[in-house]
Write a protein that binds this ligand. Structure first.
Ligand code: BDP
Length: 697
């Protein structure tokens, strides 16, 4: 019970009635062995039923008489066409599946079908989830088709096995021992991802090292690709734009240079000779020191198309990141990606997706939606969420990120009238794009439980579920996850669910309430640092973002300020410009307001800010108390691990609250309102704390 098995615990089911019902429906399984994927299905079912039902099902490849679970494609069982409508089957594509309770010659059976072995694997995991969550399996009629095509993890893993913004140990890719040694963890990784529908992995950091494109590393990547293939997972690599210079001995990486184009074409051919099902490239260019087309006076489209053309003959794609901003540009950082990319709409090749972070700055605890969503109708836009909690307490704080993801996906950006949600943009349905996708910056490392914090697993799980179906609800996802991972005890489920569902609002409250952002400490991004100022880049300081002074606080992004609001649809512009209709959660993102400004609650802005910080602390205290009531409900190992992390979180929530309030109080010059606890230390004390040493607050 160390968490290694993630949500695939397959814990023994205690209720004899349930066990009986499940056994009746699963003890004889028909499953043709076509491929390594069907072999994986067989092993999964064996493992699952042994764990949950203490049985070993009987398998047959063909025989259906007296069998009760039939798993196969139309090619395996031509009679399926009579049970499942042909049109319906056709609509499933290669990954969708159907699970249906039906009859075979008067004999009740459950059928799991689809158009590929991978679809059968996905269907099997869904079927097992029903049993893991103690649902009835006697009257099923489920059709599930992924809404997005490319569902990838982005590993920010370096070749030396360090992980940029990783808080769960080292990289799981052991480059030193690859390709000769295939670690069991690679298989377990692929299995876990397949169980939630993830179908791709970018192995390397966006701050890329060109060496990964050299033959010795390609052989290693190929070994991983081979392990992942039966699980439906493609390997992608990050491409360093200057690779033709660094590993190709060319003098330039100019995208319009014939030799550069030739170099990438040959490189693509070489990669495919090692990895026949290679997915393509992810690229960070012209950003934070990474080279890119700007170096040659070219556009982002010139850069992306260079790689797209090289990959095209092999069916590969380019995920070109929109995270482009520069200290040399005088404009508000929040506006720069839009300024750069919007004019290029329609200029990208059709195997390019532009990958956009959920918000316009950088994975803050809360950001409004990125203005590029809805602004590039001719270009497939891919969502980039961060699963690793760079700005949200990293490895220690319990934050269920699905709420953040859902908030963004369900935002109506009104690009084509009401109902134009971000989900519809990223699944391609709003503009009928055949390509679509969602990327999640991975939180996985060598930690025994994969993610450091046990609840970090929920964010990996939820990302997969939302990539498959961006309309799914966080609460449902969390409930399933808790039950699959921990326990079916109703008190356990309800209490953990409460903690998870509150957790995102809590972290926003104790870190960056009311639309504040980017006020974390320098470089490590862990604790508070509203005082960070005077660095070599203004747009990496806190004072640039909060603008606190005697006159008030907040970044004016209306027409009297940076006018970032002009990048949104007129509906959003009007709503957010007007102080009466701007949601308070985004208030200081868009407005600079006096400390005495009256909030909806009737309190002044200063008082409200103080109360929000206090509320965040109180929410962590409550989570800790709630968790304490669960002792004995699950194994001690995970219970205690989580308990100690919640204690750290409570302490650090106080650190955030005290440091930020004391800092802002210098400008508001008002006392803390009643009900807000007095800090025990001075601002100077809090400034000295660092993540390695946070004393009692
Ligand atoms: C920021 C991280 C930095 C990443 C960058 C990116 O601080 O480490 O390289 O994003 O997304 O959040 O490229």
């Amino acid at each position: 019970k160390d968490g290694y098995n993630l949500w695939l615990q397959y814990a023994k089911i205690e209720s004899p009635e349930l066990v009986d019902a499940y056994r009746k429906n699963t003890h004889k399984i028909t499953l043709p062995q076509n491929s390594s994927t069907t072999n994986i299905i067989k092993n999964e079912l064996t493992k699952a039923f042994k764990g949950m039902l203490l049985t070993s099902p009987e398998f047959s490849e063909k025989n259906i008489e007296n069998h009760n679970l039939v798993i196969g494609t139309r090619d395996n069982f031509p009679w399926l066409i009579e049970l499942v409508d042909k049109k319906q089957l056709d609509s499933l594509g290669q990954e969708g599946f159907i699970i249906k309770s039906t009859f075979f010659k008067d004999q009740p059976i459950t059928v799991i079908t689809g158009n590929s072995d991978l679809a059968l694997l996905y269907g099997t995991f869904e079927f097992l989830k029903l049993i893991q969550t103690h649902k009835s399996i006697s009257d099923l009629n489920i059709t599930s088709i992924p809404k997005t095509k490319i569902r990838v993890l982005n590993h920010w893993d370096n070749l030396d096995r360090s992980v940029e913004r990783g808080y769960a140990g080292s990289s799981i890719w052991n480059w030193h021992l690859l390709p000769d040694h295939i670690d069991q963890q690679y298989l377990d990784y692929a299995r876990a991802n397949a169980s939630i529908g993830i179908n791709g992995t970018v192995l390397t950091n966006v701050n890329a090292n060109a060496l990964v494109l050299t033959p010795s590393y390609l052989k290693k990547a190929a070994a991983l690709a081979e392990v992942f293939r039966p699980y439906g997972i493609k390997v992608y690599l990050t491409a360093r734009f200057s690779a033709p210079i660094e590993i190709g001995n060319l003098k330039t990486a100019d995208p319009l240079d014939k030799n550069v184009q030739k170099w990438w074409k040959e490189k693509a051919e070489e990669i495919y000779s090692y990895i026949p099902n290679f997915g393509g490239f992810l690229v960070k260019a012209d950003s934070e020191g990474q080279p890119g087309p700007h170096n040659y006076g070219r556009t982002q489209a010139d850069g992306a198309n260079l790689l797209a053309q090289a990959l095209k003959p092999f069916g590969g794609i380019v995920m070109w990141r929109a995270f482009v901003y520069s200290e040399d540009t005088p404009d508000d950082r929040a506006k720069q990606a839009y300024n750069e990319f919007k004019p290029l709409d329609g200029k990208f090749d059709n195997n390019v997706l532009v990958q956009v972070k959920n918000g316009p700055i950088d994975f803050q605890p809360r950001e409004p939606v990125h203005p590029l969503f809805g602004a590039m109708p001719q270009t497939p836009l891919m969502m980039e969420f961060q699963i690793t909690q760079e700005y949200l307490g990293q490895g220690t704080h319990l934050v269920y990120l699905s709420k953040l993801y859902e908030e963004i996906l369900s935002t109506d950006i009104n690009a084509k009238g009401p109902g134009s949600t971000v989900a519809k943009i990223i699944d391609g349905s709003l503009e009928n794009h055949p390509l679509s996708g969602m990327a999640g910056v991975s939180n996985i490392g060598t930690a025994r439980n994969w993610t450091g914090n046990h609840f970090g697993q929920a964010n990996w799980y939820a990302f997969g579920k939302l990539a498959w179906n961006p309309y799914e609800k966080s609460e449902k996802i969390a409930k399933d996850w808790i039950e699959m991972t921990f326990s079916s005890d109703p008190q356990f489920i309800n209490t953990s669910l409460d903690i998870m569902m509150e957790s995102h609002e809590a972290v926003v409250n104790y870190m960056t309430p009311l639309g504040l952002h980017h006020i974390m400490d320098w470089n490590h991004h862990y604790g508070p640092g509203p005082w960070v100022t005077d660095k070599h880049r203004d747009d990496w300081t806190s004072t640039y973002y909060h603008q606190a002074g005697a006159d008030g606080i907040g970044f004016d992004r209306t027409s009297s300020g940076s006018n970032a609001l002009s990048q949104y649809s007129s509906t959003i512009q009007n709503q957010f410009t007007n102080l009466k209709t701007c949601p308070e959660k985004y208030l200081l993102w868009f407005h600079h307001l006096p400390w005495s400004y009256q909030m909806q609650s009737g309190k002044t802005l200063w008082e409200e800010l103080a109360f929000r910080y206090q509320k965040g602390v109180d929410q962590t205290t409550q989570a800790l108390q709630q968790w304490s009531t669960l002792e004995g409900k699950i194994d001690d190992e995970r219970y205690k691990h989580i308990l100690s992390f919640l204690k750290i979180q409570e302490k650090e929530a106080k650190w955030w609250k005290n440091a930020c309030l004391l800092y802002f109080q210098q400008f508001s010059k008002s006392p803390l309102p009643q009900g807000v606890d007095d800090p025990k230390k001075t601002l100077e004390d809090y400034k000295k704390y660092n993540p390695q040493f946070v004393p009692g607050i």
